[in-house]
Design a protein around this ligand. Structure first.
Ligand code: NAP
Ligand code: GLV
Length: 309
C-alpha cells in the first residue's frame, strides 16, 4: 500500500522526513499516483488531486497544517474517511506562540508609534501600562490559543480566552459562546484571533463587534482572513475605534497589490508566516496518526466535520 503526498509546500522536505523515519514507506508524489487502489493514506496541503473518492481503499486524509476550511469545502471527500489536522507542539504551536508574543508585546509597548517616531526623528517618552494591567483577549482557546494565553499569563498579562464550550484558563478567565462574547470583547485591549474559519466564525468581526472593543484596541489576526470583515476593519481604524491591526491572513492570498491594508499607517501586514509547518517535526506526528488508524484507533486530532474544525 502507498501514501499519496499532495502538497504545494515543502514536498521535498516531506519526502526526506518521511523516508528518513521509515525507508520502507512507498510515497507517491502527486501527480505520480500510480494505481489508485494502492493509495491508503493521503498527506495534503492545498491538494491538486481532483477526486479523493477515486481512491477506494483510502483510510485517512492528513491535513499538513492546522486549518481545514479549504479541505472541508471539497465535495469529493468520502464521509467514511477521517480527516486529521496537524497539531505539532514544537513545529506549529511554538512558532505561533512566538508570533503572538512578538505582536502582543509590540502593541503593548506601542511599537508602531515608536517606529513612526523614529521615521519622524521625534523624541517622546511614550508611557505604557504594566503588563498586569493590560487586558489581552485570545479568541479561540484551542491548541494554539491556549499555549499563547499561558505564555502571556506567565508574562503577567491579564488574559482572557474565548471558546465555544466553557473550559478552564489557569491564571486567566474563560468566556464561552456567543452570549459571553460582548463581555469578552469589552475587556480586550489587545485582541488576538486564533479561531478556525467555520460557518460560525466567518465574518464574525464586523462593525458591530469592533464597536464592542475598548476604544483604540489593537487586533492581531493570525487565524484566517475570512473571520474579519475588511471594510468594517478599515472603517474602525479610520475612526480610531481600532488603534492598530496586525494581519497575517487575508480573504485573498497573496494580498492583492491594490489592497488598502498594504499602505494603511495603522496596519502591519505579514504574509501568512505566523506559523509554518515544519516537515521535520510534523512527519513523526503524521506517521503516529497512520499507525493509530492501522491499529483501529482514531487519532486525537481528527476533524469534526459538523463543527468544521
Ligand atoms: P483548535 O485547537 O481547533 O482551536 C479552536 C478554538 O476555537 C477552540 O477553542 C474552539 O472552541 C474555538 N472555537 C471554534 N469555533 C468557535 C465558535 N463558533 N465560537 C467560539 N469559539 C470557537 O485550533 P488551533 O489548532 O488552535 O488553530 C486555530 C486556527 O489557527 C486554525 O484553524 C488555522 O486557521 C489558524 N492557523 C493559522 C496559522 C498561520 O500561520 N497564520 C498557522 C496555524 C493555524 P472549543 O475549545 O470550545 O472547541
Ligand atoms: C496555516 O495556516 C495552518 O493552518 O496550519
Amino acid at each position: 500500500m502507498a501514501i499519496l503526498l499532495d502538497t504545494d509546500a515543502e514536498a521535498d522536505a516531506w519526502r526526506t522526513a518521511l523516508a528518513g523515519l521509515d525507508p520502507t514507506l512507498e510515497i507517491r508524489s502527486w501527480p505520480e499516483v500510480g494505481d489508485p487502489r494502492e493509495i491508503e493514506f493521503a498527506l495534503v496541503w492545498r491538494p491538486r488531486t481532483p477526486d479523493f473518492a477515486a481512491f477506494p481503499l483510502l483510510r485517512g486524509i492528513f491535513n499538513l497544517g492546522a486549518g481545514v476550511e479549504r479541505l472541508l469545502k471539497r465535495r469529493d471527500l468520502p464521509e467514511s474517511v477521517p480527516i486529521i489536522r496537524l497539531v505539532d507542539p514544537v513545529g506549529l504551536t511554538g512558532p505561533m506562540t512566538e508570533y503572538v508574543l512578538w505582536q502582543v508585546l509590540r502593541l503593548h509597548r506601542r511599537g508602531p508609534e515608536l517606529e513612526a517616531m523614529q521615521r519622524e526623528k521625534r523624541w517622546d517618552e511614550l508611557t505604557y501600562p504594566l503588563a498586569r494591567d493590560r487586558r489581552v483577549g485570545i479568541l479561540g482557546q484551542g491548541v494554539l490559543g491556549s499555549d499563547a494565553a499561558a505564555r502571556l499569563i506567565a508574562l503577567d498579562f491579564d488574559v482572557a480566552g474565548w471558546s465555544r464550550r466553557p473550559k478552564p484558563l489557569p491564571g486567566g478567565r474563560n468566556f464561552a459562546g456567543e452570549a459571553e462574547l460582548p463581555a469578552f470583547l469589552a475587556r480586550s485591549e489587545i485582541l488576538v484571533v486564533l479561531l478556525p474559519l467555520t460557518a460560525d466564525t466567518a465574518g464574525l468581526h464586523d462593525a458591530r463587534r469592533f464597536a464592542l472593543l475598548p476604544r483604540g484596541a489593537g487586533i492581531v489576526n493570525a487565524a484566517r482572513g475570512g473571520i474579519i470583515v475588511d471594510a468594517d476593519l478599515l472603517a474602525a481604524l479610520d475612526s480610531g475605534q481600532i488603534g492598530h491591526a496586525t494581519l497575517d491572513v487575508f480573504h485573498e492570498e497573496p494580498l492583492p497589490a491594490g489592497h488598502p491594508f498594504w499602505t494603511h499607517p495603522q496596519v502591519t501586514v505579514t504574509p501568512h508566516v505566523a506559523s509554518l509547518t515544519h516537515a521535520e517535526t510534523a512527519a513523526p506526528i503524521v506517521l503516529a496518526g497512520i499507525a493509530a488508524l492501522r491499529a483501529g484507533r482514531q487519532p486525537a486530532d481528527t476533524v469534526d466535520r459538523k463543527t468544521g474544525y
